[in-house]
Design a protein around this ligand. Structure first.
Ligand SMILES: Nc1nc2c(ncn2[C@@H]2O[C@H](COP(=O)(O)OP(=O)(O)OP(=O)(O)O)[C@@H](O)[C@H]2O)c(=O)[nH]1
Ligand SMILES: [Mg+2]
Length: 361
């Protein structure tokens, strides 16, 4: 299952332009079978240069980068949590995602209509943040109602859920995000069932005009306050460059002194938010593949990323850090040096591990 991110923002902020530009990247990425599940869902590869090196070192047949699923939703407006502009349906779409990209307009092109008035990134960010907060509050209150009824009959899980939900409702009512309430040990499923929007990590993409540079200071300060990361991208330029072929785009980029691809920064930024580690599987004449896991997970959980059959039949794993594998020139050299370790199911995966799992089918 790829990790998912959802793009939010006011109407006309530049969400669909960003989405389209990202899908161009996906379509052009070498050997990647580009897929569009639905018109507004794209699967884009997250390239890891280490994987290319590992593939070459072990003589793999091809390279398959792990992917990120990006959801574009229609613009949210004030009142979205109450269903304004189909808001609730859009919000439900992003409840399933692992992280949020929040696009905010900072360019002042008079040709693009602003939905509520003047170009004001802080006001716009706040409008959307408030909608997410109110949407969470409404969900949490509804759930609390239900759980409180079950708790009356003495159901221990419901009692624990109720206690946690009460804290969530209190925080949200005060304007604090769900992320400010620590998850409860006694109510492990409550957070998953609620999947609050305001507990998801946020990447703010500031849509700047051509020739502008950097995140405006007030937006940077606002992002820091919210615990979000902000980057500046001229989305229209990226969308135009994305439609060109790679060489043309590189020439244009140089001519315009546009610097590194803003889309690369968006993808990497979104991915960094998820705080995952990468691990690899690779063998001679087999595909070399990258996978991702939250930090601290076991070899058994890594197996589950690859295939549930491999997880079910897990026997042991052979593991080596990719740096060691590369330095030894491949598996044979690493084995000679005793660097290929045998690990059990509880082994804690490290970033850059190359793993092969023995399993009974
Ligand atoms: N000048 C300028 N215009 C832009 C930029 N990014 C997007 N636009 C324009 O703004 C308009 C709206 O962009 P979209 O990407 O459709 O906006 P959206 O956020 O998806 O809007 P909704 O789907 O209506 O919520 C389009 O006409 C874009 O061409 C930019 O960086 N600079
Ligand atoms: Mg759109």
């Amino acid at each position: 299952m790829p990790m998912k991110v959802g793009i939010v923002g006011l109407p006309n902020a530049g969400k669909s332009s960003l989405f389209t530009a990202l899908t161009h990247v996906a379509a052009e990425a070498a050997n990647y079978p580009f897929t569009t599940i639905e018109p507004n869902v794209a699967i884009v590869p997250v390239p890891d240069p280490r994987l290319e090196l590992v593939a070459e070192c072990v003589g793999a047949s091809n390279v398959v980068h792990d992917t990120l699923e990006v959801h574009d939703i229609a613009g949210l407006v004030e009142g979205a949590h109450k269903g304004e502009g189909l808001g609730n349906r859009f919000l439900a779409n992003i409840r399933e995602t692992d992280a949020i990209i929040h696009v905010v307009r900072a360019h002042d092109d008079p040709g693009v209509v602003h939905p509520v008035g003047d170009v004001d990134p802080i006001a716009d960010l706040t409008t959307i943040e408030t909608e997410l907060l109110l949407a969470d509050l409404e969900q949490a209150e509804r759930r609390l109602d239900r759980v409180a009824r079950q708790a009356k009959s003495g159901d221990a899980e419901a009692v624990a859920d109720q206690a946690w939900l009460e804290k969530i409702v209190e925080a949200l009512s005060d304007g604090r995000p769900a992320s400010s309430v620590p998850p409860s040990k006694d109510a492990p499923n409550a957070i998953r069932d609620l999947s609050p929007l305001t507990a998801k990590p946020v990447l703010i993409v500031v849509n700047i005009g051509e020739g502008e540079e950097g995140v405006p200071a007030d937006v940077a300060a606002h992002a820091a306050e919210q615990g979000a990361v902000a980057i500046a991208v001229c989305i229209r330029l990226e969308a135009e460059l994305g439609a060109l072929d790679e060489q043309e785009a590189a020439e244009m980029r140089e001519e315009l002194e546009a610097g590194e691809s803003g889309l690369g920064r968006v993808l990497r930024g979104a991915f960094d938010l998820l705080d995952l580690l990468a691990f690899f599987t690779a063998g001679e004449d087999k595909p070399a593949q990258s996978w991702h896991l939250p930090r601290g997970r076991s070899a058994w959980e890594a197996a589950g990323q690859i295939h549930s059959d491999i997880q079910d039949g897990f026997v042991r794993a052979e593991v080596i850090g990719c740096d060691q594998l590369l330095a030894s020139g491949g598996y044979a050299g690493a084995r000679d040096k005793g660097q290929l370790r045998i690990e059990g199911r509880d082994y804690v995966m490290q970033d850059g591990d190359v793993i092969s799992i023995r399993f009974t089918p």
